[in-house]
Design a binder for this molecule. Structure first.
Ligand code: IMP
Length: 195
C-alpha cells in the first residue's frame, strides 16, 4: 500500500509537479486534506531553515511524515540577495513584477551578473530529518524576456542557454531547474527506501 506523506505547501502547481515525479509509491496529501488552513510560518534567516521550520510545523501538528520546500534567488554581486527574501524583496506581498524591477534596478551598471536559484526540500520521515538541495547557475539579464513561468524567470538565463526560464516550456525548465533537481534527489531517496 502507498505510504502517506504530507507536502507542506498550498501551491497546487508544485503539488502536481511533485506528485508526477514521485509516482505511485507515495500518496501525497495536501495541507487542506489534513486540516491545516493557516499560513505556515517561515521566519528563518536561511532557505534550509525555512524549509525545516515548515516541515517541523506540520510534523508537530499531525505526527505524519511530511516535507516542505523553500527557494531563493542568490545574486553574487548583491552578496546573495534577495536569497531567503526572494518572495518579498520589493513589497510584503508576492509581487513578481515589482521584485524583478527592484532586482534590475539594484543591478543597474553591475557587470558581474552571476546568480543561482537554490531550492532546499526538508523531509521528516519516521521522526528523522533529511534535506535535499537543487541548484541551477546562470546570469541575470539586463531586461525581462518571455512570459512563461513565474517569479524571476523573465530575467534568469541558465548556464549553457541563451534564453530565459520564461522563454522555455515547463518541461524544458523542469529538466534543469533548481526545484526539478531537488525534487528528483528527494524522489530517488524515497524510491530507494521502498526496495
Ligand atoms: P518559494 O519558496 O518556492 O515560494 O519561492 C520563493 C520565491 O522565489 C518566489 O516567490 C519567487 O519569487 C522565487 N522563485 C522560486 N522559484 C522560482 C522559479 O522557478 N523561477 C523564478 N522565481 C522563483
Amino acid at each position: 500500500m502507498a505510504r502517506k506523506i504530507i507536502f507542506a505547501t498550498n501551491n497546487a502547481h508544485k503539488t502536481e509537479e511533485v506528485r508526477a515525479i514521485l509516482g505511485d509509491g507515495f500518496r501525497l496529501v495536501t495541507l487542506r486534506e489534513c486540516g491545516i488552513t493557516e499560513d505556515i510560518p517561515e521566519e528563518q534567516p536561511t532557505i534550509e531553515g525555512n524549509a525545516l521550520q515548515k516541515a517541523r510545523y506540520v510534523h508537530e501538528r499531525t505526527g505524519c511524515n511530511c516535507f516542505a520546500d523553500d527557494t531563493g534567488l542568490e545574486v553574487e554581486a548583491l552578496g546573495g540577495a534577495p536569497g531567503v527574501h526572494s518572495a518579498r524583496y520589493a513589497t510584503d506581498g508576492h509581487d513578481f513584477e515589482a521584485n524583478t524591477r527592484l532586482l534590475l534596478h539594484n543591478m543597474d551598471g553591475v557587470t558581474d551578473r552571476k546568480a543561482r536559484f537554490r531550492t532546499v526540500i526538508a523531509l521528516i520521515l519516521d521522526g528523522r530529518e533529511y534535506t535535499f538541495e537543487g541548484i541551477v547557475n546562470g546570469i541575470i539579464t539586463e531586461k525581462p524576456a518571455g512570459s512563461a513561468g513565474f517569479g524571476y524567470d523573465p530575467v534568469f538565463v541558465p548556464e549553457g542557454y541563451e534564453k530565459t526560464f520564461a522563454e522555455m516550456s515547463a518541461e524544458e525548465k523542469n529538466a534543469i531547474s533548481h526545484r526539478g533537481r531537488a525534487v528528483r534527489k528527494f524522489a530517488e531517496f524515497l524510491s530507494g527506501l521502498k526496495n
